[in-house]
Design a protein around this ligand. Structure first.
Ligand SMILES: *Cc1c(COP(=O)(O)O)cnc(C)c1O
Length: 426
């Protein structure tokens, strides 16, 4: 039998995989065009025509609306800024509860805190890894202002069901769609089922502008509020005749003309870039079907999964070794992977110590909120034992890479007996 690379054997993949690259000559030319104009931003932080941004920003937002079939697209300088702006736009205030999943990039759970709100962590579904709508329903209280759902790893959350819940309780549904551009549920774009959807354009995402983000909504009032929060809204309130001034002190969340110009080119390629990820993810899933105890990511029949990350379920009982030992052996073979994604966010010190705003812990009744270990058992199980992931948006795989990745999986599986005595890392 082939000796595992972990135990000194030769790795199956002996050169690094090719990094994924979404930008090319078109983006380069677009940046040059802006450079030559000399106007690197068209925004002005007061109420005149620069309030809405320059020509590239306007064109980028128009292209975004067309691509995603939305009424309003508001560019921002990151998904994080977009999430913060959304919380402000829907009126989250001190003591308001916002339901969030614990398995996501941390910015999702920080967003309510910006306005003094309280993140309420609700467990996920074990197949899609997204918010469990039944548990969301049970967590809604008179203080709940919004549900902030994440379309994690590129698979939509149960969006229609969550929207139904939000409408029934007259609260807001916001989608963190950083990882799911062009994913769909029942034929509808992920990001457009909620009242606001937020996209990321950071370097690591399907397509990007270096840093950047976009908020989409079909609601005119929300669009106005988002634009005011993006750009010093306090200066625009009189001219726009805005009555409800809650949360309308502005930030500077503005995108540059260069980023917008790159974004226009990226949008033209978006479907092609995403479709390639879908093909790679689907093929990888096909390939693990023959390995008992390793389950490919689930794609619900009503959904399109866009594979920002390819996440496998791992059954330690069936395979007979720990997830950690298996995944580390796989890494040693040159198959890059991580184990269990991020720590459930409520276990981070900021929640354990409840220090979000000021020095004295979270405001108001947050002390009633418990962030103890055990709060969301499904997430904890996935994180500790049941998942390993391949960052499929970080690599461009050719046929030989692909073949060797599958070979690495089979090699580690075949040699699993030799991993029995590997100590757990956690
Ligand atoms: C990437 C990501 C973010 C943050 O996006 P930025 O554009 O870097 O601010 C937030 N949420 C999720 C789920 C992400 O994947």
């Amino acid at each position: 039998m082939n000796k595992l690379a972990l135990h000194g054997g030769a790795p199956v993949i002996d050169r690094p995989l090719t990094p994924y690259r979404s930008v090319g000559a078109e983006e380069s030319a677009a940046v040059q065009r802006v450079m030559q104009s000399g106007q690197l931003s068209g925004f002005i932080g007061s109420y005149d025509e620069g309030f809405w941004g320059g020509t590239e920003i306007q064109a980028f937002e128009a292209a975004w609306k067309k691509t995603f079939g939305v009424k309003h697209a508001i560019s921002v300088n990151s998904n994080t800024s977009g999430l913060f702006a959304s919380m402000g736009a829907v009126g989250v205030g001190p003591g308001d509860e916002v339901i969030v999943p614990p398995w996501t990039m941390s910015a999702t759970a920080m967003a309510p805190i910006v306005y003094g709100g309280i993140p309420v962590f609700v467990d996920i579904e074990p197949d899609t890894f997204c918010l469990d709508p039944k548990k969301v329903a049970a967590a809604i209280t008179p203080r709940t202002r919004a549900i902030l759902a994440v379309n994690l790893f590129g698979h939509p959350a149960a969006l229609s069901e969550l929207r139904g819940l939000a409408d029934k309780h007259k609260i807001w549904l916001i989608e963190d769609n950083a990882q799911g551009p062009l994913a769909t549920e029942f034929g509808r774009q992920a990001g457009t089922v909620g009242h606001i959807g937020v996209y990321s354009l950071n370097y690591h995402k399907h397509f990007h502008t270096g840093e950047g983000g976009v908020c989409v909504t079909s609601d005119d009032a929300l669009a106005n509020r988002l634009m005011m929060i993006r750009n010093h809204g306090e200066n625009a309130a009189e001219a726009l005749n805005v009555r409800d001034l809650s949360n309308l002190f502005g930030f500077n969340y503005r995108m540059t003309e260069m980023s917008a110009a790159v974004g226009i080119e990226q949008l033209k390629k978006a479907e092609k870039l995403v479709e390639r990820r879908v093909q790679l993810g689907t093929r990888l899933s096909e390939a693990v079907k023959s390995i008992p105890g390793i389950m490919a990511p689930v794609v619900r029949t009503e959904c399109r999964h866009v594979y920002y990350v390819w996440v496998a379920r791992f059954d330690e009982k069936v395979v007979g070794v720990s997830r950690d030992a298996f995944a580390r052996a796989l890494t040693a073979e040159g198959f890059p992977n991580c184990q269990g994604y991020v720590k459930p966010l409520y276990l981070l010190p900021i929640f354990q110590r409840r220090i979000g705003m000021g020095r004295e812990g979270f405001p108001f009744n947050l002390s009633q909120r418990r962030y103890d270990k055990g709060l969301c058992p499904v997430v904890e199980r996935m994180h500790e034992h049941e998942t390993f992931e391949f960052s499929i948006c970080s690599y461009e795989l050719d046929e030989s890479d692909f073949a060797r990745m599958i070979e690495a999986l089979h090699k580690v599986y075949a040699a699993r007996e030799s991993l029995r005595n590997e100590a757990a890392v956690r």
